[in-house]
Design a protein around this ligand. Structure first.
Ligand code: BGC
Length: 510
C-alpha cells in the first residue's frame, strides 16, 4: 500500500518508537457498532412499555439536561430499526451491539406479564440483522431498571439478583437460537457508583460508601447467575458466548512519588479490580486492598463491620470464571495523585482518597471527562493481561464526542489512533475478538441529552424522521473494515456512503 502512512504518533513509554510497520486486523476480527435501548429507541410508553428508572429520573429532573432532550423519542429506533440495519450494512460491520429494555418485555418488572409486542420488536430487529449476516450482540441490561423494582430498592436489594435471572431466562428462551453474543450487564460501576452512590444518574440515590457497595455485590451476583443459567440451559444447544461489559479506563500516576504510585494502584483496584477480580482472578472475591481499605475506614467511622458486603464461599465460586470474555468499554485515561482532601464520609471518594486530574495536552472531546489518550488502551490491555492472565477481550465500546458536525475529523483521528493502540496490544499478546464503535448514531447521552454527539451517523433530532446522515468517521470506519489496516491520511471524496453488505457478500463465517 503505497499511500499508507501508518503510526504517526509514538506511544510514549511503550514501544518508545515511531514505526512504519503495516499492522493488519485478522480476517476473523469482528468490527461492529453499539447503541443502548434508552439512548436510541424512544417509544418510551409504546405498546405496553412502562417506566424505567431513566424515564422517571429525566422526567423528574429536566433541569439536568442542557438541551432538554430525554429518551421519550430519542432517535426513534423503535420505529426506525430498518434504517439502523441499513446503516450497519453501509458500514459493512460484522456485529451490532444493542440492549433490551426490561420494561418493554416485562411491563410490571416481574414475570407475571410478558409483553409479546416488546418481544416482537427485538425479534424483528434480530431477524433484519441476520438477513444480512450481521451478528446481534445483545446486552440484557444497559442502565434502565424497571421503576417498580427500584421502588423495592432496585440493585441495592438482593432480590434484584433473582429478578434479573428470571428476566434473563425469558430473553434466552426467546432469542437464544438466534443470538451468539451476549452481554449480561453494562458497566456495573456506572450503575452503582453514579446511580446509587451519586445523585446525577438514575436512580440518583446518593448513598456513597454504602448504597454503591450493596449495588456492586448484587449486580455482580446477578451477572453470575445469568451466566450460569446460560451455561446450564442454553449453551449446550446454542453454543453462544456470554460476557459482561466493564468500564475499563486507564489511570496513570501523576508522577513517580511512592505515595502517588500507591494511590494509583489502589484506584485501579477500586475501578478495575473490583469488577475483574471476582471473575478473573485465581482467588476470586473483591481485591484484598479494597476490602482492607473499606474495612479500616468503616471501623474508624464507627461502623461495626465493613461497608463493603462480603462475598461468601459459595458466591465467590459462582462468580469465579463466570464470563467467556471481558467486554471492555474503554474511553479515556485519568491521572491520579494521593489526596489529603476531606471528602464526605463515608463515601467511595473518601475510601479511595485520590485526586483525579488530566494532562493539559490531552485533546478534549465535547465531554469534559473524555480525553484522547490512545496509549491508555494499550496500557490497560497489558495490565489486565498481566494481572488476569490474558483473558479473551471484546472491545464492546469505544468512542468520542463532538458537537453536531458532519466532518468529524477529531472522531476519525481518535478512532484511528485507538485502533492503532489496539493493534499494538494485540501484537503484544492481547487476545481481542473484536471492536465495537460507540455509537452507531447520535443518541441521548443520559443527562447530557443530545449536547454530546457520539454517532458515526448524525441524527437530526428536530426532524420528524430523525434523519440519519453518515459522518466522515463512518466512511473512515468503513474503509478500515474493508482494508483491515489503518491509513492515517486516507480521505473520502465526499460523504456519500453506499451499502456494501448485501445478503450475498457475507464475509465473515461465524
Ligand atoms: C455507556 C454509554 C454512554 C457512553 C458515553 C458508556 O460508558 O455505556 O451508555 O453513552 O459511555 O458516555
Amino acid at each position: 500500500m503505497l499511500y499508507v502512512i501508518l503510526i504517526v504518533f509514538s506511544i510514549s513509554g511503550i514501544h518508545g518508537y515511531t514505526d512504519t510497520k503495516v499492522r493488519r486486523f485478522k480476517d476473523d476480527f469482528l468490527f461492529g457498532a453499539a447503541t443502548a435501548a434508552y439512548q436510541v429507541e424512544g417509544g418510551w410508553d409504546a405498546d405496553g412499555k412502562t417506566e424505567s428508572i431513566w424515564d422517571r429520573f429525566l422526567h423528574s429532573h429536566p433541569e439536568l439536561i442542557p438541551d432538554g432532550r430525554n429518551g421519550d423519542v430519542a432517535a426513534d429506533s423503535y420505529h426506525k430499526y430498518q434504517r439502523d440495519v441499513e446503516m450497519l450494512r453501509e458500514l459493512g460491520v460484522d456485529h451490532y451491539r444493542f440492549s433490551i429494555s426490561w420494561n418493554r418485555i416485562l411491563p410490571t418488572g416481574f414475570t407475571n406479564n410478558i409483553n409479546e409486542k416488546g418481544l416482537e420488536y427485538y425479534d424483528n430487529l434480530i431477524d433484519e440483522l441476520l438477513k444480512y449476516d450481521i451478528q446481534p450482540m445483545v446486552t440484557l441490561y444497559h442502565f434502565d431498571l424497571p421503576q417498580t423494582i427500584q421502588d423495592l430498592g432496585g440493585w441495592a436489594n438482593p432480590l434484584s439478583i433473582q429478578l434479573f435471572e428470571e428476566y434473563s431466562r425469558i430473553i434466552f428462551e426467546r432469542f437464544g437460537s438466534k443470538v451468539k453474543y451476549w452481554i449480561t450487564i453494562n458497566q456495573p460501576n456506572s450503575i452503582c457508583v453514579e446511580g446509587y452512590g451519586g445523585k446525577r444518574a438514575a436512580p440518583g440515590i446518593g448513598s456513597s460508601g454504602i448504597g454503591d457497595y450493596l449495588c456492586i455485590k448484587n449486580v455482580m451476583m446477578a451477572h453470575a447467575k445469568a451466566y450460569r443459567l446460560y451455561q446450564k440451559d442454553y449453551k449446550p444447544k446454542y453454543k453462544g458466548s456470554v460476557g459482561i461489559s466493564l468500564a475499563l479506563n486507564w489511570a496513570d500516576s501523576v508522577n513517580n512519588n511512592t505515595e502517588n504510585v500507591e494511590a494509583t494502584d489502589l484506584y485501579r483496584e477500586f475501578t478495575i479490580g473490583m469488577y475483574m477480580n471476582p471473575i478473573w482472578s485465581n482467588e476470586g472475591d473483591f481485591p484484598p486492598s479494597v476490602k482492607k481499605r473499606v474495612l479500616e475506614r468503616s471501623l474508624e467511622q464507627g461502623f461495626t463491620k465493613s461497608r463493603l458486603p462480603e462475598l461468601n464461599a459459595e458466591e465467590i465460586t459462582l462468580l469465579k470464571g463466570s464470563a467467556d470474555f471481558v467486554g471492555v468499554n474503554h474511553y479515556t485515561t485519568v491521572l491520579i495523585s494521593k489526596s489529603e482532601k476531606q471528602y464526605p464520609s463515608p463515601s467511595i471518594e473518601d475510601d479511595m482518597g485520590v485526586e483525579i486530574t488530566f494532562r493539559t495536552e490531552w485533546k478534549t472531546s465535547q465531554s469534559f471527562w473524555l480525553k484522547s489518550v490512545p496509549y491508555g488502551l494499550y496500557k490497560m490491555s497489558i495490565h489486565i493481561n498481566k494481572v488476569y492472565d490474558y483473558p479473551p477481550v471484546f472491545i464492546t465500546e469505544h468512542g468520542w464526542s463532538t458537537k453536531k458536525v458532519l466532518k468529524d475529523s477529531s472522531r476519525a483521528k481518535n478512532m484511528r489512533e485507538y485502533l492503532h493502540a489496539l493493534l499494538l496490544a494485540i501484537e503484544d499478546g492481547t487476545d481481542v475478538m473484536g471492536y465495537t464503535a460507540w455509537s452507531l448514531m447520535d443518541n441521548v447521552e443520559w443527562t447530557a441529552g443530545t449536547s454530546e454527539r457520539f454517532g458515526l451517523y448524525q441524527v437530526d433530532f428536530d426532524s420528524k424522521e430523525k434523519t440519519r446522515t453518515a459522518r466522515l468517521s463512518a466512511l473512515v470506519y468503513k474503509r478500515i473494515i474493508e482494508q483491515r489496516i489503518i491509513e492515517h491520511d486516507w480521505k473520502p471524496k465526499n460523504l456519500n456512503i453506499s451499502i456494501t453488505r448485501s445478503k450475498k457478500n457475507v464475509r465473515v463465517d461465524l
